[in-house]
Ligand binder design. Structure first.
Ligand code: 13P
Ligand code: SF4
Length: 329
């Protein structure tokens, strides 16, 4: 078990993490939803697809994954010979929780003429029951390679699935899962904000419900949202995804104003991912010091889950996107 966080008072966590990263030959991968201190110490910050490709390609012995558990599992599935540590093993995901593997297996069995295209936000066991994994940045490209009459189950995010149904003209059968963070945005509050900043484009993640996406100028993965925010000539951008991504925007374009889209009461923290928030600098330090918590996946599940992930990486032609680079990025 990790030592209590209180006992770390007075430690220079940044220096200690840097020392341990070298000692362990570790790479620190971070998602855009992590707190700024973690994003700044990571070797590479990216979206789910870029982080998967990076985990598959790294020559480090240890991957310290600052994201949620399913992301760290992907790193272990793709790089089984590496030690993968996650600062807090309780960093789950509401989408993963919404799709229990036994229920998913039953659902699949009830639709034998469908293939299962599954969003990467799910457990290794659900991946093992899937044909192709997608991320929000790879789904469209992958769907374009499948015949239009191919029957498809899309799980577990009903909002993402519905978005791709609308975008591609398909009629995929949707698993009824959702992300608690992206479901928390309020259309009323968004429109009030838009009235205040009429020239500000809205960039939204496709995990948002249609009533938010309908107002968006750009819909895309975290990386796509970041790129849009930086390329747009607008001086103010409204960002409808987890607001910690704004850290990268502000670093790259300090002269612009980036405003997180509001939740129900206009001023709540409900659009911050409570799972991502479990990872802290203290826990990252402890994980590197103690080499735990470690991701372990039984070999049968790992091999079964790797197949649809490899198909994703092949079909997406996944080379790592630029992301944000740190010391060994
Ligand atoms: P991205 O693939 O866009 O990084 O999304 C991951 C995620 O969990 C969004 O909630
Ligand atoms: Fe899961 Fe939503 Fe958090 Fe992304 S933001 S990790 S989908 S709970």
């Amino acid at each position: 078990m990790n030592a209590p966080v209180q006992s770390l008072k007075g430690l220079d966590l940044k220096a200690e993490i840097n020392r341990l990263r070298k000692e362990r030959n570790a790479v620190i991968l971070g998602h855009y939803y992590q707190t700024p201190d973690i994003q700044d110490i990571a070797d590479f910050v990216g979206d789910s697809l870029d982080l998967s490709a990076k985990a598959a390609a790294t020559d480090a012995d240890v991957i310290a994954f600052c994201g949620v558990r399913f992301m760290a599992e992907v790193a272990k599935i793709l790089s089984p010979q590496k030690t993968v540590i996650l600062p807090d093993m309780a960093a789950g995901c509401s989408l993963e929780d919404s799709c229990p593997p036994e229920e998913f297996a039953k659902f699949r069995a009830a639709h034998p003429d469908h293939i299962a295209i599954t969003y990467i936000n799910c457990s290794a066991a659900v991946k093992a029951h899937s044909d192709i994994i997608v991320t929000s940045s790879s789904a469209e490209k992958i769907l374009a390679q499948l015949p239009m009459d191919q029957k498809i189950i899309f799980a577990p995010d009903k909002n993402l699935g519905a978005y791709f149904n609308r975008k591609t003209g398909r009629d995929m059968l949707l698993w009824p899962g959702a992300c608690i963070v992206h479901e928390a945005f309020s259309e009323t509050e968004l429109l009030k904000l838009k009235a205040q900043y009429p020239d500000a484009p809205i960039a939204a993640h496709p995990e948002c419900p249609a009533f938010i996406l309908d107002h968006a100028d750009e819909v895309g993965s975290t990386r796509a949202i970041l790129e849009f925010a930086l390329k747009s000539p607008a001086e103010t951008i409204i960002v409808a995804t987890e607001p910690h991504i704004i850290h990268q925007m502000q670093k790259a374009a300090p002269h612009k104003l980036f405003i997180g889209a509001p939740g129900a009461d206009g001023n709540c923290n409900c659009n911050m991912c409570p799972y991502m928030a479990l990872n802290t600098m203290e826990k990252l330090y402890l994980a590197l010091r103690d080499m735990e918590p470690r991701i372990e996946i039984d070999e049968e599940t790992r091999i079964a889950a790797k197949r649809p992930l490899d198909r994703m990486l092949e079909m997406a032609g996944a080379t790592v996107g630029k992301g944000a680079m740190g010391p060994r990025g």
